[in-house]
Design a binder for this molecule. Sequence first.
Ligand SMILES: Cc1cc2nc3c(=O)[nH]c(=O)nc-3n(C[C@H](O)[C@H](O)[C@H](O)COP(=O)(O)OP(=O)(O)OC[C@H]3O[C@@H](n4cnc5c(N)ncnc54)[C@H](O)[C@@H]3O)c2cc1C
Length: 260
Amino acid sequence: MSTVAAVFATEVPWYTGVPTKLLNKTTLIAASTDHLPVYTLTFEIPKNATFTGRAKPHSEVRIDMGDVVKMVIPNYKPKSYSMSALRDDEFDITLKVYPNGRASGFLDRLQIGEEMNTFGISANRSRQKGEYVGIVAYGVGITEGLPIAKAELEKGDAKRVVLLWASRTFDDTFWNEDIASLMKQYPNTFKMVHILSREKRDGCLHGRVNPEVLQHVFQPTDSEDARFLSVGTKEMMRMTDEYFASNSFHMPKHHLIPKM
Ligand SMILES: Cc1cc2nc3c(=O)[nH]c(=O)nc-3n(C[C@H](O)[C@H](O)[C@H](O)COP(=O)(O)OP(=O)(O)OC[C@H]3O[C@@H](n4cnc5c(N)ncnc54)[C@H](O)[C@@H]3O)c2cc1C
C-alpha cells in the first residue's frame, strides 16, 4: 500500500466524534400514559480530544448562536441535540424520548458511566442585534429557546425578551423554576408566555400558534428593531416565518440568528 493510501485507510472521518462519558441523568418529566418523558443527560467534556472537519470541541459550542451537539448513534447516524447547558467540565442535553425513537431510545438506554461518541458542530449563524427579541419554542424546542433567551438577557442590549412556549398541557412543561428565576432577575425585560393546545389554564393562552397569537404576544415598540427566532420541526419553523411575514415581519430581515 502506498503512503497516501495508508493515511486514508487509517484516518477517522470527522463525523465519528469522540468517546464521551454519561455522568448523570435527571428526570424532568416522568414517563406516563399521558406524557412522553423528558430527561437531562449530563456528559463529561472529553479531554485532549482532536476534532477535524466540521466537528468542533464541546467547549466551543455557542449555545447563543444555535450550535448543537451531534450524538453519534451506533449503527445509525449523528443526530442533533441542543446543548442545554455548558459548564467547565460538563455539558447537558435535554431530550424527549419518542416511542420507538431510534436516537432518543438509544440515549434513554445509555447507562451512567457508559460512553458514546459525540462532537460539537456550528449552526453557521450570525446574530442580528435588535432591541426587541421574540422567541417561539414548540414543545421540546424550549431546549434551544430558553438558553437563547437567557443568553440574550445576559448580553444586555435587548430591552425586551419575550418567550412564547407552545405545549400540549402544563404538565408537558419543565424548567419552570429556571423560568421563574429569570423573571425575577429580569422583571422589566423578560416575559414568558405559555400557550396550551389541550388545556385551559389561568394565566396561559389556549389554542395553537397562529398570526393573531403572534401579534398579540409580540408587540415591539419599534417594529424595525424586532428580531425573532422559532424552534421546532422544520415545518413548524417555516410556518412561523410565514405567520411573522403576514404580520409584516419579513424573514430573514427579522431573524435573530439567520443562517449565513
Ligand atoms: C438542530 C436540532 C436540534 C435538536 N435538539 C433537540 C433537543 O435539544 N432535544 C430533543 O429531544 N430533540 C432535539 N432534536 C430532535 C432530535 O434530533 C431527534 O430528531 C429526536 O430525538 C427524535 O429522534 P428519534 O430517532 O428518537 O426518533 P425517530 O426514530 O426519528 O422517530 C420516532 C417517532 O417519534 C416521532 N418524532 C420524532 N421527532 C419528533 C418531534 N420532534 N416531534 C414529534 N414527534 C416526533 C416520529 O414521527 C416517529 O413516530 C433536535 C433536532 C435538530 C434538527
